[in-house]
Every structure is written in C-alpha cells, then in structure tokens.
Design a protein around this ligand. Structure first.
Ligand code: SF4
Ligand code: SF4
Ligand code: SF4
Ligand code: FES
Length: 612
C-alpha cells in the first residue's frame, strides 16, 4: 500500500516561508522549526486547554492574538511571533500568572528548572507587580509523598487530567474564575495512590513531591551518621536531561561522583537490590507453579502505587501480589545487615537515602511491615528532580565530573536489574532466572530422591545444594521482546521448560481495570502505575512525555545489552549476599512483605500541620 501523502501547508512566519502539515497547530510548527515560544499549560500528552495564554502569536487579519497551542495552521497564514503586541501581551499574561503564583522561588526545589521563572527573566518582568491573590489558600498533603500547594497554582488543570488518566480522579477543580481551586474530591470511595503523575504534569511545582532535599542536606552535614545513597535503575537515564544531555543518555558514572561530592559516605546501586528482588520473585513463581492451591495469576508488587491501588480499590487481589519486597527496600536490607556486618558498623548509625524516579516510594518507606527491628530500612527518598536540585544548589559542575568515584561496594547489578525501570522489565528479569531456579529445584528434588534411595553420596554436586548457574543446562531465552514497549497492556505467552506461561504487562494504572475481569487466564502479571514504567515515574524530570519515556526506555535496554552478566542469578556477589539474607532467621522480614486492605488516605492541609 502506498504511504498516505501528507498535505503540506504554506505559512509565513516573521516574513519567512515555512511548510507545515495538515492539522498541525501553530505551536507544533513553531517548535518543530526551532522557534522559542513560551508555554506552560501545554503538554503534548494532555488535552489542549489554552488557559495560560503565554504562547500567543499575532495572525494577520485576526483582531485578537491567538494562543498558538490551540490554533491550527491554515494555508497562507501570516504569523508574527515577536511583534510589539505579542511581547506586550505575553508580559502581561506572565505577570497575571504571578498573581496566582505566590513567589517562593528562594526556597523552591524547582527553581533551577522552572519555566515560569525563566520566562519572567527572559521578559524582564517585575514579578510582584500584582498582589498575590492566592496567598491564603491551603496546601493539601497526601501522605508523605505528594502535595498540592494552592498558593502557587495557575489553574491549568493538568494535574486533574493526569490523575483522571491514571483512572483515579482524586483531584477536582472547584469553583470558577478567580475562585478556582484544585482540591481532593470528598468521595470516600476514592483515594490517592501517591503515583505523582499530577506533580509530573504541573508546570509550576504547585503539585509536587513533599520536599526531602532540605532534610537530606541537613543529614549530610551531621557527621555522626554514615549517610549512604542508593540509586534506582530509572534515574540514570533521565537525570542528564536537567544538565543538557540527550534523552535516555546513561549518566550513572557522573551520578556516583556527584553523590560523593554531595557528601554521601557510600554509594550503592539499586540494580543490585533489583537482582535480589528478581530472585525472590522468580523463586515464588516457581513455588506457585508446583503448588496446586496457588493463587493465580501472580502479580508483581515492586510498584508501591500499584500496591496502594490493590489495597484500597481491589483488596480481593492481595493474595495475587508477590511477597517480594521492592528493590530499594531489599538493597537497604542488604546495606543495614550484610554490608554493616562486613564493615563492622552499627546499623543504627547508617542512614539510607534512596534516589528514586518515584513519589510513591516516599510513602512506601514509612510502611510498618517494611521496618526491620522497629526501624525503617530506607530513611529518606529523594526524587530524580530533588537530586538534580541538590546537585545544582551545591554548585556541582555535573557535566564536567570525572566518572565513577564511589562505586566501592556491591556491584551495579546484572542487565536484568538495569531494565527494572521500564514497563515489562520486572517480568523479563524474573523470566531470565526462572529456568535456572526450575532446573536447580529439579536437581535438588532428584538428589533428595536418590538420597532417600540411599545412593546419592557420589553424585552430589560438589557445591552442595547450590548448582552453579554456569552449569545449569536450562538457561532459557535471554530477551523477551514481547513484554517490552510503551503499550498500556501487553500480552505474551512464553515457554519455560515444559511450562507455558501466559503473561500480561500493564503500565498506567487506568489500564488494569479492563484486565481485571479476565485475570484468571494469566499466570504472571506485571503492573507499574506510571505510563512506560518508572522511567515515566512521578519523580522524574519535567517535561516527561511518551516520546521522552520511549527514549529513556531505549537507554535502559542499552545498559542491559552492554552488561557482561544479564541474568540476576549470574551476579555472584549478589547471590552470596542473597544467600546470607535467606539463611538469616529474619529472612521473612528482610526479603518478604505482606499487604492489607486499606482505608482512604487522610489528607492534611496547612491548617492541620503544626509550624516548625
Ligand atoms: S499522586 Fe497520583 S493518585 Fe494522587 S492525586 Fe496525584 S495523580 Fe492522583
Ligand atoms: S496544581 Fe499545577 S498542574 Fe494543577 S492546576 Fe495548579 S498549576 Fe496546574
Ligand atoms: S511505576 Fe515506578 S515510579 Fe511509578 S509509582 Fe510505580 S514504582 Fe513509582
Ligand atoms: S501553552 Fe498555550 S495557552 Fe498555555
């Protein structure tokens, strides 16, 4: 079939001829051609709302200025992007936005990336010409994770739409005109799951993560504590965006150095913890396969927003969730037990800070059932955005950092650990190790049988019960491409040994609802709350769009390809650590967790929160 011909449309911009395509908006054309047009409410994955009005342009023959994000190009259109009229209107509109947005720039962790501030500087504005009409509005705090600061809200409605796209609809826009206010709905059948998609789509940090950067800065100055950092798989392919790197570029080497420069005593990689999670999860899958009473499908549990969703909206699925803890909790357990013992450090002196693409992890770390001996395993969580802020606030020249200072303990994980940040990655990692575990289990069972028959002594593997991975006959496929990609629901069937497994992979919480009625046909289901997985997480750099997430995804698979060991069980250092955690009398408290039906979250407002 002949490809459909795209109709070209001639337009004149600032006196020069350009070709646009049918249905393109003026804004899309101008962006494509490299024009610098300010925009705040526009997000390529959301509906056009055209309410910030700073993208205005002049169109010949039209009496009023046009918002470029909502006006389609027409043949012969004459557009002016920087006439006096346009500049004057943009200036007034930015100033009016500042009347809605109380300037907290000095203490704002978004100040290095904030477009509103950038535009104010670019247009040389006095940003306090109009009085702050929202200074008495509330801040709504959702758990320890996310907040909506209504004193800063410019009423663009992006957060409301982002939450609807997650299928949650916990936010609403109340009242009209200058009284418009973003607030949580009062419906008791709805709750926030802390996914942070509202914050990821807010152009002015009115919806944002609850700040931990200042607290971590303080911790780093407290020399009595050993403060360690651990970085999640998805952070390394996104952080560079805030420093001018291309989308998806892996900057992990610089990250290690930056963390040491910030004052962290040790730097660990959550990819190592992801390898532990893979082993726990793959072993559970193998156990369920041989248990006639097992609950199916087994569902992943490393996404805390998904776990929150199950506990509130679908408690009937609690027994489907794997008992595996999430990778940064596993890694922290390894640090506070295995590593602390090796280094002869009192675990009470260690403070673990996770650097995550995720806002929900801020709440996850507080869970009672994840504590060990009454104390949190992860003490603080910084999002990728907060980490970027700390680097910039401490004037660390990230682009010119030397590589890899600080990677001293544990390794940076297998390729399987690296892909945890992408939708399908958790499942693919487990599938890479299931054949090994099945093989090992069969071998152990055979040995047991032979032992019972009294003739096992000579045939016993010289490593005891642990069959060396390299000796395993059955490694199975390495890459499972059918589970990869950006689609909200993916389905696949794989053969592992003699077993055929039916799989489903969901990203973007909204998509799970349509799968729930047919869950019984699957063996294994992965759910990540954020579209595309953690690379599109609520704590990632702004902007995050589907197109950008795809590039970050490629970055992760690139890391996997380059790793010498691409299956978790081939990570020998991790296997030693894992075995030691498994042998511990507290193994259930270090490796496994449980879930329970939950109630709607209690939303706190600034009025309920005591001052410092
Ligand atoms: S964190 Fe997620 S669930 Fe909560 S309000 Fe924001 S988008 Fe909605
Ligand atoms: S909180 Fe942010 S995203 Fe939501 S309406 Fe206000 S400015 Fe827009
Ligand atoms: S998908 Fe990842 S970033 Fe998003 S809520 Fe889940 S764990 Fe966090
Ligand atoms: S970006 Fe066009 S009106 Fe906001």
């Amino acid at each position: 079939m002949k490809p459909k011909q795209v109709k070209k449309i001639k337009v004149i911009v600032d006196g020069r001829l350009y070709y646009g395509v049918e249905n393109e908006t003026i804004f899309q054309l101008l962006k494509r051609k490299g024009f610098d047009i300010p925009a705040l409410c526009h997000h390529p994955d959301l509906k056009v709302k055209a309410n910030c009005r700073i993208c205005v342009v002049e169109v010949s023959g039209c009496e009023t200025l046009k918002t470029s994000c909502s006006t389609k190009i027409e043949s012969g259109m004459e557009i002016y992007t920087s006439s006096d009229r346009v500049i004057k209107a943009r200036k007034i509109n930015i100033e009016l936005l500042y009347a809605s947005h109380v300037e907290k720039c000095v203490n704002c962790s978004y100040r290095f990336e904030c477009d509103l501030l950038k535009f104010a500087r670019q247009y040389r504005l006095k940003i306090n010409r109009f009085s702050d009409r929202k200074k008495n509005r509330k801040t709504y705090k959702f758990g320890k994770a996310v907040e909506i600061d209504d004193t800063q809200c410019i009423d663009c409605n992006n957060c409301v739409e982002a939450c609807q796209l997650q299928g949650i609809s916990f936010l609403k826009s109340d009242n009209y005109g200058i009284n418009t206010e973003i607030k949580p709905v009062s419906d008791k059948d709805k709750t926030c799951v802390y996914c942070g998609q509202c914050a990821l789509h807010c152009p002015v940090a009115a919806a944002q993560e609850q700040d931990s950067a200042i607290l971590v800065d303080k911790m780093l100055k407290d020399k009595k504590k050993i403060v360690v950092a651990q970085i999640a798989p998805a952070v390394r392919v996104a952080l560079g965006e805030n420093f001018g790197f291309k989308y998806g570029v892996n900057v992990e080497d610089r990250i290690y150095t930056a963390l040491k420069k910030l004052g962290f005593d040790y730097v660990f990689d959550v990819n190592f913890g992801a390898d532990i999670t893979t082993m726990v999860e793959a072993e559970e899958l193998v156990e369920r396969l041989s248990d006639k009473k097992a609950v199916w499908p087994m569902m992943t549990s490393c996404c805390p927003a998904w776990v929150n969703f199950v506990e509130f909206y679908h408690p009937e699925l609690i027994n489907n969730l794997t008992t595996a803890r999430s990778p940064h909790i596993h890694n922290a357990a390894a640090i506070k037990t295995y590593f602390a013992k090796k280094k002869e450090i009192n675990p009470k002196d260690i403070v673990v800070v996770s650097i995550m693409p995720c806002t929900a992890k801020k709440q996850e770390k507080e869970r009672e059932e994840l504590k060990y001996k009454g104390r949190k395993l992860v003490d603080e969580v910084l999002t990728t955005r907060e980490f970027s802020y700390l680097i910039k606030d401490n004037k660390i020249d990230f682009n010119n950092l030397s590589k890899s200072e600080g990677r001293e303990y544990f390794n940076s994980g297998s390729g399987a650990g690296a892909i945890y940040g992408a939708s399908g990655g958790v499942m693919e990692s487990a599938l890479r190790s299931v054949p090994y575990i099945l093989n090992k289990k069969e071998k152990e069972e055979k040995e047991q049988e032979e032992k019972e028959k009294g003739k096992n002594s000579k045939k016993k593997n010289k490593n005891g019960n642990i069959v060396k991975a390299e000796n395993a006959k059955l490694e199975g496929s390495l890459e499972f491409k059918s589970v990869r990609g950006m689609k909200g629901i993916k389905e696949a069937e794989v053969k592992i040994g003699k077993k055929k497994l039916k799989l489903a992979i969901v990203s973007g919480l909204k998509n799970i609802e349509s799968l729930i009625p047919k869950l019984s046909k699957y063996h294994y289901v992965e759910v990540m709350a954020c579209p595309g997985g953690c690379i599109g997480g609520g704590g990632q750099p702004i902007p995050t769009t589907d197109e950008i997430v795809e590039k970050r995804m490629k970055g992760l698979y690139g890391i996997d390809k380059k790793r010498e060991k691409r299956r978790a069980h081939l990570n020998k250092e991790m296997m030693e650590c894992y075995q030691s955690l498994k042998n511990s009398e507290n193994k259930d408290k270090l490796l496994h967790t449980k879930y329970k039906k939950s109630k709607r979250i209690v939303v706190k407002t600034t009025k309920d929160i005591p001052p410092f």
